[in-house]
Design a protein around this ligand. Structure first.
Ligand code: PGA
Length: 260
């Protein structure tokens, strides 16, 4: 059984004091919830402090990006070692905003996925088509390329820990998520591609595939209940304690039904 993973992607929101306030209150709101892995991907400026504040809680920390080198003359970049040092466990790689605004290519993303795994960080590899690509019937082609390039040359043993996030670009921050048929269709497809890539049914079955794109307490039950959906990568709805804790609660109740 795959453990449900609920990940907050705070993007470029929250100053240090806002992040501290959230993390001081949030564990109390989800106390008693079990079986759900809850991760907060905060900005780099908050991670050091949050690693202290989350130490005795069930909250895990994630970063939103990183460089692929351990160290070096790369002004302004953050290395996997620096993240490990702060007890960061997850790192989002290849988010569509990084692809779109910062020129990240599949090649760069592949280097980052590989570096994350080498440094014992769990990459959350994001893939997703734009609205134009969907309209042109190219959704599966685009996803196929993103996933195969993203995972290129990485051996099966390392791959077993990765997380994939399907985030249709047109659903991110729009308030309009993909519908349940679209989500299940893509997730099943991605699992098939992984099966072919790894030649392992077991690995494809065990890899967690998250959905991201306007997930909120309103649509979470429906999306998380889908067979191939193992959690969510949540932007807007993760910024408020109320909505993020409702999402974790919904995830717990869905997981219980799935376990039956
Ligand atoms: P959203 O963002 O939930 O605000 O749509 C999701 C994401 O970009 O990861």
């Amino acid at each position: 059984m795959r453990q449900t993973l609920i990940v907050a992607n705070w993007k470029m929101y929250k100053t240090l004091s806002e992040a501290e306030e959230f993390v001081e209150r949030f564990p109390g709101e989800i106390a008693g919830i079990s079986g759900i892995e809850t991760v907060i991907c905060a900005s780099f400026t908050s991670l050091a402090r949050l690693s202290v504040l989350t130490e005795k809680t069930t909250i895990l920390l994630g970063a939103q990006n990183m460089h692929w080198q351990k160290e070096g003359a790369f002004t302004g970049e953050i290395s996997p070692l620096m993240l490990r040092d702060l007890c960061v466990k997850y790192v989002i790689i290849g988010h569509s905003e990084r692809r779109q605004y910062f020129g990240e290519t599949d090649e760069i993303i592949n280097k980052k996925v590989s570096a994350a795994l080498k440094n014992h960080l769990i990459p959350i590899l994001c893939v997703g088509e734009t609205w134009d690509e969907r309209k042109q019937g190219r959704t599966f082609l685009v996803l196929n390329q993103q996933i195969l390039f993203g995972l290129q040359s990485i051996d099966n043993e390392k791959l077993s820990s990765i997380v994939v996030a399907y985030e249709p670009v047109w659903a991110i921050g729009t308030g309009k998520s993909a519908n349940k048929e679209q989500v299940q269709e893509v997730h099943a497809y991605l699992r098939d591609v992984i099966k072919e890539f790894t030649s392992s049914n077991e690995m494809a079955f065990n890899i967690r595939i998250l959905y991201g794109g306007s997930m909120s307490p309103k649509n979470a039950q429906e999306i998380l209940s889908l067979k191939d959906v193992d959690g969510g990568l949540i932007g807007g709805a993760s910024l408020k304690i109320d909505s993020f804790s409702s999402l974790v609660q919904i995830a717990e109740s869905v997981q219980k039904v799935k376990e039956q």
